[in-house]
Design a protein around this ligand. Structure first.
Ligand code: FUB
Length: 304
């Protein structure tokens, strides 16, 4: 159906590598990172750009990597690909986000035109299986949208009270509560309304010292901006640009995660593309630091 790499050619075995700097993964193109920490291991989930996409993204499967020290990495067998979602007619393995709840791992994924789906696994490396057999969210749920690719880029945040929320969108940022089963929307879908925002896509919510942080890709080419609030539903106050345009990539897509006493900002750039397009991206990792007043210092992009 997808005319990409045959399933049997997707990695079936683990692959070990060491990262010496950015991009951290150089044996394949990776994009749209999301990360979680389970015990003493950081799990990194990413989309997979196929080289040579001169006329757009070629993304058919997702990847999973793990590390205990941010230097020595393992790539695990392909945990999920777009053919695992029979309803995903558009067949583009766009950005996703994995989260643990009640001992299970849920991977929320974008398909570009067909909506957002959710897959589930018993462990962080998968394999993951479509949990619903249909989309969790579709373009019809993006009530303010005037275009057909608004239903992308899910980001999940579980608050201290145990309530999980899903944020997503392109041009407009939507959010909703998830039921405890993580595969149903609970109540109304709402929109983040904010005046100083130039929201393009890639929302990510995290918390630090009681404040909520909503980071997102802004403008085009994209920079990562962020806003802060006292409540998960806002109002969010714009705080500035966190990450400038990342070299050779029109898109920018961030994950923010605490691991072993440090906070990391994970994103992608186009540093090692060789096809002259913006469609062969690579995941990079930087340290993220807060100011005393809770604002975030601008990210310094490094190669070492
Ligand atoms: O990788 C495909 C799309 O590009 C993602 O869904 C967006 O966030 C942007 O990175």
């Amino acid at each position: 159906k997808w005319g990409g790499v045959p399933k049997e050619l997707l990695p079936q075995e683990t692959y070990q590598f060491k990262s010496e700097g950015n991009p951290i993964i150089t044996h394949k193109y990776t994009a749209d990172p999301a990360a979680i920490v389970v015990d003493k291991t950081l799990w990194l989930y990413a989309g997979h750009d196929f080289a040579g996409g001169q006329r757009g993204y070629k993304m058919k499967d997702w990847c999973v990597f793990s590390t205990k020290d941010m230097q020595n990495w393992t790539e695990h067998p392909t945990p999920l690909d777009i053919t695992d979602f029979s309803w995903a007619k558009s067949g583009d393995a766009y950005a996703g986000h994995v989260i643990e709840k009640n001992g299970k791992y849920y991977w929320y994924i974008s398909t570009n035109w067909s909506g957002i789906g959710v897959a589930v696994a018993d462990n962080p490396q998968g394999p993951f299986k479509d949990a619903l057999g249909k989309p969790l969210l579709t373009n019809e749920d993006c009530f303010a949208s005037t275009h057909s690719w608004a239903c992308i880029d899910p980001a999940i945040f579980t608050d201290e009270d145990g309530q999980s929320w899903i944020f997503w969108g392109n041009r407009e940022c939507y959010y909703a509560k998830l039921k405890d089963n993580m595969i149903e929307i609970d109540g109304d879908i709402k929109q983040i309304n904010f005046k100083d925002f130039d929201f393009t896509e890639a929302p990510w919510v995290h918390q630090y010292k009681g404040k909520y942080y909503l980071s997102y890709a802004s403008g085009f080419p994209e920079k990562i901006a962020y806003a802060m609030a006292d409540n998960i539903e806002g109002p969010y106050e714009y705080k500035g640009i966190l990450n400038e345009i990342a070299g050779n990539s029109n898109t920018n897509h961030q994950a923010i995660v605490d691991f072993k006493g440090k906070t990391y900002f994970i994103y992608h750039n186009g540093a090692i593309q060789t096809d002259g397009s913006s469609y062969s991206r690579s995941v990079c990792i930087e340290k993220l630091e807060y100011n005393k007043n809770g604002t975030i210092k601008p990210i310094q992009m490094t190669t070492k």
